[in-house]
Design a binder for this molecule. Structure first.
Ligand code: ZN
Length: 432
């Protein structure tokens, strides 16, 4: 075990006020180049095009998840709960700090096109030839594998996993508060201090004292609101569509042997699907933005148009449609083709969907594997119940999803060619 820092370090943080660092290992991890790279990746991808304050980085979120985890553990330690395995403190803190270290620029859009997975890259960074790996190995030779096991949810003590990956984990609690703060909305706020006070380690799990149920209800309501008001905002979805199309087009051109007038080595490897770890950690949002600015001048009209749209925020318009059946979509594709557009790139159906809380009870689990553990309440008689059994509010938002189909398309070329479009399409695109 390494000595603690001789002097405690602090980071000023707008959400948690201060982030406290007492371990040499945590301090050294923050100072690695792979962790510093997270300063150059926005937490909310393209959301800044809708909510201009959303410029915060994965660096600040990662520090926040670490800080929440640290506070939970120190509360467990102060209270002397026998069910908390004290020897797991450092591995929990490292996993919390590093859980997002494998995110690339605009990761969710990129992952869809290139079929990569940030969790796999996180483990590659922990276990490969990196500065982070060197710091972790100073704790012990198998320490990088231990931290990776927590990230992969395979760690032998599930209580450690549930700190950073459950339906009320440090990750979710930080991003809801942080995203609400930086977007400037009030929905995402809830009483973090209260929740931290009512968490208990109990028989290998983290449970909530029943008296804290209302604070948890508030947290779940916030999550529900944030999804529909922020994460699924149709303008943000439009910018994500454009972004995906840019990478899809670049990949397609690359496969056709097109010569780009500008290219960077890590991007070339990305397009070739042959990214090494060394190249992966060179990918960040400034590099992607430079590519968009350069590609806006490419001779391929589709790619240059998409890049200009993204840069100048001339996003696709959307209309809500009730029933996007095949014949309607064919009709839309025909209409777009008839005026020289490419339906493969110029239309997209989107149906955002999320469960604010996935109610399932371990006792009724029919062998199905679920991603995230449910929220459990502990009453005064030491009985455990899943929260939706006790809370009307949680029951009422469970399974509630007011999803709608949205059809996205570029408005300007349709308007310019409005006389050539069938009247039914003019109505559908709301051009009248
Ligand atoms: Zn996270």
């Amino acid at each position: 075990m390494r000595e603690p820092l001789t002097e405690e370090k602090v980071f000023k943080d707008p959400v948690h006020d201060y982030v406290y660092v007492r371990d040499q290992t945590i301090w050294d991890l923050i100072n690695t180049k792979e962790f510093q790279r997270l300063r150059r990746i926005r937490q909310l991808g393209t959301t800044y095009l809708t909510f201009h304050g959303a410029e915060h980085s994965r660096f600040s979120h990662s520090l926040g998840v670490y800080e929440i985890t640290r506070r939970i553990i120190s509360q467990f330690e102060r209270s002397g709960y026998p069910d908390w395995p004290a020897e797991e403190r450092l591995v929990s803190l490292c996993a919390a700090l590093l859980h997002d270290v494998g995110h690339g620029p605009f990761s969710h859009s990129l992952e869809e096109i290139f079929d990569t997975d940030h969790e796999v890259w996180t483990c590659n960074i922990l276990q490969g030839n990196t500065d982070i790996n060197k710091v972790l190995r100073q704790v012990s030779e198998d320490f990088p594998d231990k931290v990776a096991a927590v990230i992969q949810k395979k760690y032998p003590k599930p209580i450690v996993v549930s700190l950073i990956s459950s339906q009320m984990d440090a990750d979710r609690m930080d991003y809801l508060l942080r995203d609400a703060y930086f977007t400037g909305v009030n929905y995402g706020t809830f009483d973090l201090e209260r929740i931290l006070r009512v968490l208990r380690p109990y028989q290998g799990k983290i449970v909530v004292k029943e008296s804290g149920m209302h604070a948890v209800e508030h947290y779940l309501m916030s999550r529900y609101q944030m999804y529909w008001q922020i994460y699924f905002h149709p303008v943000t979805r439009s910018s994500e569509i454009i972004l995906r199309q840019i990478f899809r087009r670049a990949k397609e051109l690359n496969e056709q042997g097109y010569t780009f007038r500008w290219m960077a080595a890590p991007l070339q490897q990305l397009l070739n699907n042959s990214l090494s770890l060394e190249d992966y950690v060179k990918l960040d949002e400034p590099l992607a933005q430079t590519a968009f600015a350069e590609w806006a001048e490419e001779s391929d009209e589709l790619l240059s148009d998409l890049c200009r749209r993204f840069m100048n925020r001339q996003l696709y318009k959307y209309v809500t449609i009730d029933n996007p059946d095949e014949s309607l979509l064919l009709e839309v594709a025909d209409a777009l083709s008839s005026i020289g557009l490419n339906p493969d790139y110029h239309m997209e159906i989107d149906y955002p969907f999320d469960l604010p809380y996935d109610v399932y009870r371990p006792d009724q689990n029919n062998g199905e594997k679920r991603e995230k553990a449910p929220i459990l309440l502990l009453d005064n008689e030491e009985r455990i119940s899943e929260i939706s059994m006790k809370s009307d509010i949680v029951r009422s938002i469970t399974g509630l999803h007011q999803g709608q189909y949205h059809l996205y398309f570029p408005e300007e070329p349709l308007r310019e060619n409005i006389e050539r479009l069938p009247e039914r399409m003019v109505k559908l695109f709301k051009l009248d």
